[in-house]
Ligand binder design. Structure first.
Ligand code: FAD
Length: 376
């Protein structure tokens, strides 16, 4: 393990800092969180700015350490995060880059990097979440097309997506993990219906997606037919790898802001609250070191390993504890949705579910790191 930075990496950091200081003051104002077309335009505009400056492919073209520096510096500078196209940039893009043919890479990667096209992830189904291999959306071959019928759920940003990385069952007779295929489905294909789902925080950030005999060209299949499970694992390892780096930096900033507000409003007089904030400070410092350790491990392998599960497990709970502490600092104002941190507190609840629940991460840690026997 090596947690130090090379002179080239430090030079990359300095150049990036300088560029961010120049470019960020010229950004347009952030759109309303409920204005999804506006959010799409804003996020893709930022992606285009990154592309023009040569930073667009940092999520899958650069070394893990360079990516870490990029995410740390952009978050510290207050730059936008990947936003509406997180699936394109952090899941589908890396998967196509690793598993796609030359034509597929040429067709799909440049529009993601340029900020022209948005992707969503059609994996989960009403009866297939943690147990993803239970998915039932069917695809039949009809000449040079697949005909797809079924439904997906919790599809983030489906309303503004151009493409969906879709998992379908192509061989119902095969053992569960061996009959699945990975397809790139155009979201404007006839037979695709998107029904937004509203969360308790009031936003419709994900949707149900119904598929009624949707025709998807066979040329849109990434990997071999029935080899979609292996292709999917490539995607998921990216998801749990460095996807949360920027957020750890942001949480450390929130912690500093919380202490300042607590000093102002008198909450700091409570020794219990001071202990809570102190413990969280130590926790997020440790999480940052764990991130660096995971990145250092990934340097050797090219893709993140199971250490991402240890991080994801602890980080998602620490984030919830952070925003609970924010509520303690805010007092009765924690019930006012317009106050800072209140919506973040509500959305933090989803962190222990999305990208693999805490129970599933514990299973992975138990079996693949601690070598404990598989559960029944
Ligand atoms: C904010 C958010 C965004 C999302 N975005 C997407 C997206 O874009 N695309 C997509 O495809 N999906 C998305 N999801 C879905 C997400 O992947 C699933 O919610 C998740 O995998 C859990 O599946 P489930 O909701 O069906 O719960 P279930 O799998 O039904 O789990 C229910 C409970 O049982 C527990 N459990 C299940 N199996 C085990 C086991 N073997 N051992 C111990 N406990 C177990 C779980 O931990 C959980 O507590 C998103 C979810 C959220 C919250």
């Amino acid at each position: 393990m090596d947690l130090s930075y090379t002179p080239e990496e430090e030079e990359f950091r300095a150049r990036l800092r300088e560029w961010l200081a120049k470019v960020l003051p010229g950004l347009p104002p952030k759109p309303d969180p409920e204005d999804w077309p506006g959010r799409r335009a804003y996020d893709l505009g930022w992606q285009r700015t990154l592309y023009d400056a040569g930073y667009a492919d940092v999520h899958w073209g650069a070394s893990p350490t360079t990516r870490l520096i990029f995410l740390e510096e952009t978050e510290k500078a207050g730059a936008p995060y990947v936003g509406a196209n997180f699936v394109g940039l952090l899941h589908a893009g890396p998967t196509i880059a690793t598993e796609g043919t030359e034509e597929q890479r040429a067709r799909w990667l440049a529009p993601i990097l340029r900020g022209d096209e948005v992707w969503c992830q059609g994996f989960s189904e009403p009866d297939a979440g943690s147990d993803l291999a239970a998915l039932r959306t069917r695809a039949w071959r009809d000449g040079d097309h697949y005909v797809v019928s079924g439904s997906k759920i919790w599809t983030s940003h489906a309303e503004v997506a151009d493409w969906c990385e879709l998992l379908v069952r192509t061989d119902p007779a095969a053992p569960r993990h061996r009959g699945i295929t990975w397809l790139a489905m155009p979201m404007d294909a006839p037979g695709v219906t998107v029904r937004p789902l509203r969360t308790l925080a009031g936003s419709a950030e994900f949707a149900e997606v119904f598929l009624d005999e949707v025709r998807v060209p066979v040329a849109n299949r990434v990997g071999a037919e029935n080899d979609g499970w292996r292709v999917t694992m490539v995607t998921l390892s990216f998801e749990r790898g460095t996807a949360f780096v920027g957020e750890v930096v942001a949480c450390r900033r929130v912690l500093g802001d919380l202490a300042r507000v607590a000093h102002r409003n008198g909450a700091w007089d409570d020794p219990e609250l001071r202990r809570r904030l102190g413990r969280l400070n130590a926790e997020f410092r440790a999480l940052w070191r764990l991130t660096q350790w995971n990145v250092s491990e990934a340097e050797g392998r090219g893709v993140p390993g199971v250490g991402g599960s240890v991080f994801k497990l602890r980080y998602s709970h620490a984030r919830q504890e952070l925003y609970d502490a924010a509520a303690a600092v805010l007092g009765p104002d924690a019930l006012d949705l317009d106050r800072p941190w209140v919506l973040d507190r509500l959305s933090s609840l989803s962190y222990t579910i999305a990208a693999g629940t805490s129970q599933i991460q514990r299973n992975i840690v138990a079996e693949r790191i601690l070598g404990l026997p598989k559960g029944r």
